[in-house]
Design a protein around this ligand. Structure first.
Ligand code: NCD
Length: 304
């Protein structure tokens, strides 16, 4: 359901590999330190119904480094708090002259609904448990700075896959390029039905098994409150799935450790792993800027 509408980027699932390669190529041409006024005079509205640090700031810096004007609208402190609907908010932003809306929303499909009802591009900055396409693109971009190809790449995704839009978009992207993906976590976070997300997905309940011979380890955020009332307790999760140096040693020597952030040291991964030489967590954040520059330029038809 997420084919581009009016230049919108709504998800990875319905993109062709050529579209994805196009975004990656574009990102490689972008340099936030050498600004080009590609988007001069454009107004980009950043509409965030959920907290965000990395995604929000990198979209903002991306837009500004191409000369666009940005306005941030947070759900708190705006008319959204007074009960204004998503579409009425969209019409309002359009009426004040928005040329593009970047939206993060707790409901899956909200960016799609907006894109169908408005005549400007919409970029999904994370919708509920559905997709987070710019994160998947920046993750692929980061991987390809270290590995020659995504084809045949052995990837373990460890943690709360069920609730993760980051995982969903990464799974769609990596499997389109023929990566071999193992999803690892307890059944509460990795239900059997997770294999239906893409062909060839494997599930492992053992961190050790899932890490053997891997090229990339993607660690996901775990929200403590999501373990409340579940069979698996926080201490068990940490004992069985936390990324430790001992577990990391089971992967290939040059395996990358990734995490979309925010990281909780001592829960999903140890301090040592977060800061180890194989960790590309800071690089992922850094790469968010050129990747999002490419996304905005393409959405506004300024990518050629
Ligand atoms: C993720 C998000 O908010 O979707 N982080 C990010 O955008 N970099 C993290 C998450 O909530 O799992």
């Amino acid at each position: 359901m997420t084919k581009a509408v009016h230049g919108s980027l709504l998800g990875i699932e319905n993109l062709e590999t050529a579209d994805i390669l196009g975004y990656l190529k574009l990102a490689r041409r972008m340099n936030p330190l050498k600004p080009r006024p590609l988007l001069r005079g454009k107004r980009i509205l950043l509409l965030f119904y959920e907290p965000s640090t990395r995604t929000r700031t990198s979209f903002e810096i991306a837009a500004k480094s191409m000369g666009a004007m940005t306005t941030l609208v947070l759900s708190s402190g705006s008319s959204i708090e007074k009960g204004e609907s998503l579409l009425d908010t969209a019409y309002t932003l359009r009426a004040v002259g928005a040329d593009l809306i970047v939206i993060r929303h707790p409901h899956a499909g909200a960016p799609f609904q907006m894109a169908q009802n408005i005549d400007i591009p919409v970029v999904n900055a994370g919708d509920g448990m559905h997709e987070h396409p710019s994160q998947a693109l920046l993750d692929a971009y980061t991987i390809l700075q270290h590995k020659k190809t995504l084809k045949g790449l052995k990837v373990a995704i460890v943690g709360d896959i069920y609730h993760s839009r980051v995982a969903r978009s990464a799974i769609h992207l990596l499997s389109k390029f023929g990566a071999q993906i193992t999803l690892c976590g307890p059944p509460e976070f990795v239900p059997e039905m997770a294999t239906t997300l893409a062909p060839g997905l494997q599930i492992s309940r053992s961190a050790e098994d899932s890490l053997h011979g891997r090229d990339v380890i993607m660690v996901l955020r775990v929200q403590k409150e999501r373990l409340a009332g579940k069979k698996i307790k926080l201490e068990d999760y940490i004992a069985r799935y936390q990324m430790t140096m001992a577990r990391l040693k089971l992967a290939k020597k040059d395996a990358l450790v990734m995490h979309p952030g925010p990281i909780i040291r001592g829960l999903e991964l140890t301090w040592e792993v977060a800061d180890c030489a194989q960790s590309v967590i800071v690089e992922e954040v850094h790469n968010g800027v050129p990747v999002r520059m490419g996304i905005l330029a393409k959405a506004l038809g300024k990518a050629s």
